[in-house]
Design a protein around this ligand. Structure first.
Ligand SMILES: Nc1nc2c(ncn2[C@@H]2O[C@H](COP(=O)(O)OP(=O)(O)OP(=O)(O)O)[C@@H](O)[C@H]2O)c(=O)[nH]1
Ligand SMILES: [Mg+2]
Length: 295
């Protein structure tokens, strides 16, 4: 194997003893090395992965993002030219690894995302699809990308991307965090259609709490990246509403000697909230400019 063309498949796996052997051995047909990050599994995931030919990184259970971060560190240290990530639960088809690698080598993009929504035959259930679409729209707002599947774990990263991205989110929000970092670093992204299997029990977490927590984190990332519209616009609207209510209160008091305590309270509270949001947007914006300049 020539080190200057090293291609590694990286698989985060948590209690995947039923599927990991198959994923590892099929992946080995398309890359030089397969690395599994076993994140404190309590079953035979590590043993099965090793027997199937993978290098296994073991660590205490910290979450999907922590495993992805260790896999980035490994690929960077080994000077990998291409790193492909795929799930260990068998939902991704390792025979599609070349589709992602080819997009990097022939089109010279930095990151390729395998999208389950570009292939008509994908059978994602309605609410799961809706959830991913909502998260993807929020993520696209933050990144200015126009991708269709921000939550796909089937991705390929070029050496540029491996060197530039250091994920810090420990949980499932790492997929969005990485997209934000790709956008901040000015790396290029493309999508290729992949298939995904929803047969059997593949989820590590219940879909709804999982989706809600990823959405909240996505909004957090986006709000930090675009503080002026995110906090400033609602702030201005609240301040306008507060001022109008205040004027109405004063009008009634001065012209008719009536005191509407409700409007007085509403006016003070909305104006105060508006001012807090406007100040927050300015502070966050100034901080982000400072950080960017320091870089
Ligand atoms: N190392 C590690 N891997 C994890 C952890 N949680 C999930 N994974 C792996 O990450 C992959 C994706 O996890 P899933 O729970 O299937 O998440 P998902 O595919 O986005 O969700 P579903 O569509 O509901 O299956 C699988 O290979 C899991 O084994 C973790 O805490 N540590
Ligand atoms: Mg899964």
């Amino acid at each position: 194997m020539r080190v200057d063309t090293l291609k590694i498949a990286c698989i985060p796996a948590y209690n995947e003893e039923n599927s990991i052997s198959d994923v590892v051995s099929k992946s080995l047909e398309h890359v030089d090395r397969v690395v599994v990050c076993d994140d404190g599994s309590t079953d035979k995931t590590a043993k099965m992965a090793r027997e199937a030919g993978a290098i296994v990184i073991s660590q205490s259970n910290q979450g999907y993002g922590a495993a992805i971060s260790s896999l980035f560190d490994y690929s960077r240290k080994e000077n990998a030219q291409i790193m492909v990530t795929l799930d260990g639960d068998g939902q991704h088809n390792p025979d599609q690894i070349p589709l992602l690698i080819d997009a990097i080598t022939t089109h010279n993009v930095d990151v390729v995302i395998g999208s389950r929504f570009l292939d008509e035959t994908t059978k994602a259930s309605g609410y799961r699809k809706t959830g991913i679409k909502i998260i993807t729209s929020a993520s696209n707002f933050g990144t200015n990308f126009k991708i269709s599947d921000s939550q796909s774990g089937f991705r390929a990263y070029s050496k540029n991307a491996i060197d530039a991205i250091h994920p810090t989110e420990q949980g499932m929000s790492a997929s969005t965090e990485i997209l934000l970092k790709i956008s901040n670093k000015g790396l290029s992204v493309a999508e290729v259609p992949i298939t995904i299997s929803y047969e059997g029990d593949t989820s590590k977490q219940h879909s709804i709490p999982h989706g809600v927590s990823v959405l909240i984190n996505t909004i957090k990332f986006v709000s930090i990246k675009h503080p002026l519209p995110f906090y400033g616009i609602p702030g201005i609207i609240l301040l306008i509403v507060g001022t109008i209510t205040g004027i109405q209160f004063l009008n009634a008091y001065l012209n008719e000697n009536l005191i509407f305590y409700g409007s007085l309270l509403a006016s003070v509270l909305t104006s105060l909230l508006g001012v807090i949001l406007i100040v927050t947007s300015i502070i966050l914006f100034s901080l982000s400019v400072l950080i960017r300049e320091n870089k």
